[in-house]
Design a protein around this ligand. Structure first.
Ligand code: 5GP
Ligand code: ZN
Length: 115
């Protein structure tokens, strides 16, 4: 989608510190890390948020959570200690970039609730 920063990163037009890429997903370091490890897992397809998921996106959603997130956590060394996945959705959910992304955070003890 035009003017979408994460579409730009997925297309390689905007630089990022990439940690993983396959046919449907890219993962890169967050610009403003909130933990020692903080990456964003982003579908290459422009989907605004979880609220815009379609039935056809089931495989992609499963791929992100079943295949990519746990493997990436292990690869980044935060699997044993534990990690946090966050999907902010819409204004009240704290979403600032309107292209679906899963935050993967770890490397320190997380607090709850997030506020
Ligand atoms: P949200 O609040 O939408 O869930 O999170 C958006 C995240 O994207 C924020 O943590 C922010 O630091 C990150 N971010 C925004 N723009 C860029 C960018 O151009 N590059 C990278 N690597 N991260 C970005
Ligand atoms: Zn996009």
């Amino acid at each position: 989608m035009n003017n979408c920063v994460f579409c730009g990163i997925a297309a390689g037009k905007i630089p990022s510190q990439k940690v993983f890429e396959d046919d449907s997903v890219i993962a890169f370091k967050d610009l403003s890390p909130q933990a020692p490890v903080h990456v964003l897992i982003v579908p290459k397809k422009h989907i605004q948020s979880v609220a815009q998921f379609q039935a056809e996106d089931k495989e992609l959603a499963a791929h992100i959570f079943v295949d990519v997130a746990p493997k990436l956590a292990a690869q980044l060394g935060i699997s044993d200690g534990g990690f946090r996945l966050i999907v902010n959705t819409g204004d009240d959910g704290g979403q600032t970039v309107p292209h679906l992304h899963v935050h993967l955070l770890g490397g320190r003890k997380m607090t709850w609730p997030p506020g």
